[in-house]
Structure formats: structure tokens, C-alpha cells
Design a protein around this ligand. Structure first.
Ligand code: GLY
Length: 387
């Protein structure tokens, strides 16, 4: 059995684990990541919408603050990562149009518009004709919509690849293996034991394993993150050159209660998502899921049926009980969390890296992240202990 030691060990090499490791290494911590396939995870499926405004929901105003803060950091984050690695990230600031297909959708959209305005956000109500003037491929039945120029997009696969490269340049060590168990000694997290039998010791451990974060053996029940997987099926199509530009911005809608979005990339890819299914660890792509996405997308943009369908895939969103992430120190010394990002993992990547680096260096959360302390879910056994 071999063993390795680092200052910071990040469990999980998805975009959240990678950004945490990169920022930790930049702060001078000797940092390691344990993951069988760094750069994999939900980012390989996600559409990459940076949709703080169009994905606003009632009851999520606190999360909105963090989402907006991360959106604000995105341009500098992309510039830094691109300059450092030479990787393009497919970052497009082309905006989003959220449209309504019938009277019920329009009423729902009006409510969303009011909530956006109450929250100080910028969005513009457009008639159906104005929507079609912006996006001529929209169906004649579109009744109106919200134009949100501040909701952008990035290509999450390119983001993941760039973060792997940034980590390598910053000297992060990759252990391509599964973390099997957290090791705890004298009331403190001390590292992990891997499936291959390697002991990885660390001063601080960050659990950033997406929807798997709640399953790591050895984590005391009181601090185990309450995350669950929520399946999303996503399609990728290709826009042949003769149809370009098919769409110039992200188009989304709620059709019969289901969210559908179409995200056009610069390289001609059109991403269509996503189902939302509480089915545990299932990542099967189903005929029903593909049918519903294509049916709803077709109602919005009938010409979609002409496009080649190039990929179908399902991923797992790491959902928490309040839909917001769990960031920073837990009730177990030496164990921090960066998980539970649910629908906003790509959007929250920049701020998560900064917040975790601050927490690793100081033991405290910065002000913008205080509401997202994992301690809000701690069970009585720990929260009743004297501070
Ligand atoms: N944020 C898009 C999704 O979760 O489907």
C-alpha cells in the first residue's frame, strides 16, 4: 500500500473540484485531486447556460445573489483561464430569449418578469412578433417573451478541459482512482483511502464529488451532505452551414410544465435540454426523454426536425434540499464541501473556486458565501455542541 501527502486533497475532478484545486494551488497549497477521470462528470452533459436571470425561481433570491456574483466574475475568469492554457471556452455573450407558447405560459412569463424586476434584474418584455424578428426560426405561435441580454453561455466540455490544463500547470497532482473512504483520526478528517488501496493524506479534504458527495464512506452522518441526483437528458444536434445562423441566442420555454432550452454554439452545435427526473443513479437515455425534448423543441422551433441528431446523453445534477450549494467548512475539522450546485454548477464555477480558496486559507467563508455554509443542514448531534 503506497501513500501520498498534500495540503489539500480534492475528492472529485469535475469542474467544481477542478476549479477548487486550481485556486488552492494558486494560493500555494500543495494540492491533489482524486478522480478516475478528471474533467468528466456532469459538465460533459450540461448545456452551459449562464442563466442567473432566466432561471430565477421564487424562494431562491439568496441563491440569486451568488449566481449574479459568479456571472459578474465570468469575463475575467474566462480571460485568465484562456490566457493561461490557450484553450478557447466557447464563451458567448449572445443573450437569451425566454418565450411563451400559450396564454398560460404568457401569464407565467409575466410573473417571472415581475419577479425579475422586483429583484433589480434587467429583462425586456417582447411581443411574439418582436421575438420572431430577433429569431426568425421561432414558431408562428410564440405569444411573447423575455429578452435577457445578460444571460450568456459557455461550452462546459471545453471549460473542463481548460481546468484540467490549468491544474496541471499549477502543479496539482492527479490520482486517477476512486476515493473509497474518508479517513478520520481524533475528530479530524485526515485524507482518503482509494479503491486501489492507496492512502492519500491531507491537512484539508474538500468533498466535491457532485451527486456522489453524499455517498463517501467514512464521512460522519452528521456532516454527510444531503445531495441527491436529479437526472437530465440532453441532446446535441448539428446545424449544417446552409441553415446557419439557425438561432443567434439561447431560446428557452416552459412547455406543459417542462423546461426546454436550445443553446446554439459558435461551432454549429445545438444543445437541447433537459429533462428533470428523480430516478436515483439512473443515466439511461430513454425514448420517452428524447421524444419529449424533441416534441417541445419542435413546438418552439419547427425547423429543428431537419437537423442531424448527433448525441444523446444523460447526466446527474447534484441537488440539495434548498437547491443551493454547500460551500466551505463542515462540523468535522479538516473537511470542507463544494457540492450541491444543482442547476447552476457551470454558472457557479468561478465563485466556487474563489470561495473555497478563501475558506482553505482562512477557515472562514467570505461574506457572499455565508448563507451557503453546509452547517445549515447539520443534524442536531453536531449543531448542539458548544461552538
Ligand atoms: N441549468 C440547466 C439545467 O439544469 O437543466
Amino acid at each position: 500500500m503506497s501513500s501520498h501527502t498534500s495540503d489539500v486533497l480534492v475528492v472529485g475532478g469535475g469542474i467544481i473540484g477542478l476549479v477548487t484545486a486550481w485556486r488552492a494551488a494558486q494560493r500555494g497549497f500543495a494540492t491533489a485531486v482524486v478522480d478516475p477521470e478528471p474533467g468528466g462528470g456532469a459538465a460533459q452533459v450540461a448545456a452551459g447556460m449562464l442563466a442567473a436571470v432566466t432561471e430565477l425561481h421564487y424562494g431562491e433570491q439568496t441563491l440569486l445573489g451568488l449566481n449574479l456574483e459568479s456571472a459578474r466574475r465570468y469575463p475575467d475568469f474566462v480571460a485568465e483561464l484562456t490566457e493561461l492554457t490557450g484553450h478557447g471556452l466557447g464563451y458567448r455573450r449572445s443573450g437569451t430569449l425566454a418565450v411563451a407558447l400559450d396564454a398560460d405560459d404568457r401569464a407565467h412569463m409575466r410573473e417571472l418578469h415581475a419577479l425579475q424586476r422586483q429583484s433589480g434584474l434587467t429583462s425586456q418584455w417582447l411581443s411574439g412578433r418582436e421575438c420572431r424578428r430577433l429569431e426568425p426560426m421561432l414558431a408562428p405561435g410564440v405569444r411573447g417573451g423575455l429578452r435577457v441580454d445578460g444571460d450568456h453561455q459557455i461550452d462546459p466540455r471545453r471549460l473542463a478541459a481548460a481546468l484540467v490544463a490549468a491544474c496541471e500547470r499549477a502543479g496539482v497532482t492527479f490520482h486517477r482512482d476512486w476515493a473509497e473512504r474518508l479517513t478520520v483520526s481524533a475528530g479530524r478528517a485526515t485524507g482518503v483511502l482509494t479503491r486501489a488501496g492507496t492512502t492519500l493524506a491531507a491537512e484539508q479534504v474538500v468533498l466535491a464529488a457532485g451527486s456522489l458527495s453524499g455517498r463517501l464512506a467514512g464521512v460522519p452522518a452528521e456532516v454527510l451532505p444531503p445531495v441527491r441526483p436529479v437526472k437530465g437528458q440532453v441532446l446535441r444536434l448539428t446545424v449544417p452551414r446552409r441553415y446557419a445562423p439557425f438561432l443567434t441566442r439561447t431560446v428557452r420555454a416552459v412547455v406543459r410544465g417542462s423546461h426546454v432550452y436550445l443553446v446554439p454554439r459558435e461551432n454549429g452545435e445545438l444543445v437541447v435540454g433537459a429533462t428533470s427526473e428523480e430516478l436515483g443513479w439512473d443515466t439511461t437515455v430513454t425514448a420517452g426523454g428524447v421524444y419529449e425534448l424533441l416534441r417541445d423543441a419542435h413546438e418552439l422551433v419547427p425547423g429543428i426536425t431537419e437537423l442531424p441528431l448527433t448525441e444523446t446523453r444523460a447526466g446527474l445534477r447534484p441537488a440539495s434540499p434548498d437547491n443551493a450549494p454547500l460551500l466551505g467548512p463542515t462540523g468535522l475539522d479538516g473537511l470542507l464541501l463544494a457540492t450541491g450546485h444543482y442547476r447552476n454548477g457551470v454558472l457557479l464555477t468561478p465563485v466556487t473556486g474563489d470561495v473555497l480558496a478563501h475558506a482553505l486559507a482562512t477557515g472562514q467563508l467570505p461574506d457572499e458565501a455565508r448563507p451557503f455554509t453546509p452547517r445549515r443542514f447539520h443534524t442536531a448531534a453536531l449543531s448542539e455542541q458548544p461552538a
